[in-house]
Design a protein around this ligand. Structure first.
Ligand code: GUN
Ligand code: ZN
Length: 445
């Protein structure tokens, strides 16, 4: 259980700095034989085995992962759990995709039993992918949020989620009103925000599906408790952006629609942000708001190429997390998401190195969410959410790993070839919640 002390041993790597602001080689701490000491769900020591082995708590149980790589659990900054059933839906761009596949799928979450089944599957799949924290869109139905947080609580997982707010331009069965959305969100905040490791996120879907009154209500909700989050979509697709221009002619930009309602601040996470201008980046920088880079989705829906290196420009850096955006995205694996992130960077003339990639998926994501100091690193005081990677997960990877001469090459190979198969085990709050090689169901707490 999480209350005992437990020790993981093996090669381990963690980010210690921001490789978009300083040379990557100074931002990664790697030990080829490390110990991660965990007590009551918190990391109490991390360092070389040789230095720590004589100071272990009495009766520690040591789990050894030789030839693996212990890293912080991955952080998914943008994902829709109700869209599992439409992942890989053929042939459309954003607005038609929403109408054709997504809204009908989300209607099925009026059924609480369906919501519970999908939440169960989703959390298993996240943990199988090594993801221990996610910022999650539920549907407009309160019970979809109940189902999600209830399932996350079984693992004591650090999850951020919220009820989608939509009061126009969607099927009747998916609409609330400004008042009802406010009331139902507030009830969910009171029930879940800060309960265990759960955190609540005010979730207006995007500007076209909320009236100005509802966006204002979202701004009011953010003031009801400390530490609430905000998530929505921003500048993803050209037709979407044009629609926002028509719906909000008085606003200077798409981002300004949100700023006007008080939605741009610390712990605000804007999905996509592909077609932003310099002024928008400056606004995000000054406000402490973050962007979620969702490369598999942006490619699958033909939305465009996110200019990551422009966003994080050290002269006015915008914080960026890595999002899978399932079901617009095509994988829950942050390794596969990094695979596409590298290619998107290449398409716009940049090189995303492995340290930068793992930063986005761990410490960078934690900073973007304002949760650094709790998650995203292997270090004393951090919550013990870990992922044990297997660089030799497949015969081909084992072959390729034989030609890797450094930890950076191993990490880059993992982000190119890796997926859920490369996740050997996942720990949440110090407890093993997934073990690839175990026959029984480790998901039963
Ligand atoms: N914009 C508004 N809703 C959505 C959604 O569900 N997925 C994506 N990718 N973009 C959106
Ligand atoms: Zn999305």
């Amino acid at each position: 259980g999480s209350l005992q002390s437990r020790v993981l041993r093996g090669p381990a790597a963690t980010l210690t700095g921001n490789p978009f602001e300083q040379p990557s080689r100074g931002c990664l701490a790697y030990h080829d034989d490390a110990l991660v000491v965990i007590e009551e769900g918190i990391i109490t020591a991390f360092g070389p085995h040789a230095e720590l082995k004589d100071a272990l708590p009495a009766g520690s149980e040591v789990t050894h992962y030789p030839d693996h790589l212990i890293v912080p659990g991955f952080i998914d900054a943008h994902v829709h759990y109700p869209q599992m059933q439409v992942i890989g839906a053929y042939g459309t761009q954003l607005l038609e995709w929403l109408e054709t596949y997504t809204f009908p799928a989300e209607m099925s979450f009026a059924d609480a039993g369906h919501a519970r089944r999908v939440a169960h599957l989703f959390l298993r799949e996240l943990l199988r992918a090594g993801t221990t924290t996610a910022m999650v869109y539920c549907t407009v139905h309160s019970q979809s949020v109940e189902a999600f947080f209830h399932e996350a609580a079984r693992f004591d997982a650090r999850m951020i989620a919220g009820k989608v707010l939509m009061d126009r331009h969607a099927p009747a069965g998916l609409l609330d009103t400004a008042q009802r959305g406010y009331d139902e969100s507030l009830a969910l905040i009171e029930r879940w925000h800060g309960r265990g490791r759960a955190l609540y996120c005010v979730t207006p879907r995007f500007a076209p599906t909320s009236t100005e009154a509802q966006l204002d209500a979202a701004g009011a909700l953010l003031k009801t408790r400390d530490g609430l989050f905000l998530q929505t979509h921003l500048c993803e697709n050209p037709a979407e952006i044009e629609w926002v221009r028509e719906l909000f002619p008085a606003r200077a930009s798409y981002l300004d629609v949100y700023a006007h309602a008080g939605l741009v601040g610390p712990r605000s996470m804007f999905g996509h942000g592909i077609h932003l201008h310099e002024g928008d980046f400056c606004t995000c920088h000054q406000a402490g708001a973050a962007l979620a880079h969702c490369p598999t989705s942006n490619l699958f829906l033909g939305s465009g190429l996110f200019r990551l290196f422009e966003a994080v420009d050290p002269r006015r850096p915008v914080m960026v997390g890595l999002g899978t955006d399932v079901g617009g995205g095509t994988s829950l694996s942050q390794l596969q998401t990094l695979n596409e992130a590298y290619k998107v960077a290449a398409m716009v003339g940049h090189k995303l190195d492995a340290v930068q990639g793992f930063y986005l998926a761990t410490l960078g994501g934690a900073r973007a969410l304002g949760l650094d100091g709790k998650i995203g690193q292997l270090a004393p005081g951090m919550e013990a959410d870990l992922c044990v990677l297997d660089p030799r997960a497949t015969p081909f990877m084992a072959f390729r790993a034989g030609y890797c001469a450094s930890i950076e090459e191993v990490l880059f190979m993992l982000m190119t070839l890796g997926d859920d198969r490369a996740v050997r085990a996942t720990y949440v709050a110090g407890r093993c919640v997934y073990d690839r090689d175990r026959e029984d169901d480790p998901f039963r707490p």
